[in-house]
Design a protein around this ligand. Structure first.
Ligand code: THU
Length: 132
């Protein structure tokens, strides 16, 4: 049985607790659901150089890929911002690489949930070799 959206959001909240964001104080948690019902989570990890900072969505994807998972159906993203926050441009491209039509579930601190498909958020995303 597949886990539901609320459960996926809970995984993202757990990951958010590990966010390392001393510079921005913007803690982000993400949880990816794979086609075969596994969950891989991530949090943002900042760096004193700023440029080496990595977003929660990206650490979730890299965590999954390191464990052999590449097909994702959903990602839940949580922050402490009142309104739901959508993934940044680089994260959109990282997600697009593996599952261009995955569902994005963003949740704000108010509990409001916004859902959108990556194909809507990042249409015609970059591919090194375009499919015909
Ligand atoms: N951040 C994410 O984790 N995901 C995004 O999609 C946008 C931004 C992080 C990066 C940085 O640690 C903090 O949020 C402020 O930009």
């Amino acid at each position: 049985m597949s886990i539901d959206d609320d459960q996926l959001v809970e995984h993202a909240r757990d990951a958010q607790k590990n966010a390392y964001a001393p510079y921005s104080e913007f803690n982000v948690g993400a949880a990816l659901l794979t086609e075969d019902n596994q969950v891989f989570s991530g949090c943002n990890v900042e760096n004193a150089t700023f440029g080496a900072t990595i977003c929660a969505e990206q650490t979730a994807v890299f965590n999954a890929v390191c464990h052999g998972a590449r097909q994702f159906t959903k990602i839940a993203i949580v922050t402490d911002n009142d309104a739901p926050v959508m993934p940044c441009g680089i994260c959109r491209s990282v997600l697009f690489e593996f599952s261009p039509d995955m569902e994005i579930i963003a949740v704000g601190s108010s509990g409001r949930m916004e859902k959108i498909r990556l194909s809507q958020l990042y249409p015609k995303g970059f591919r090194l070799k375009s499919k015909v």
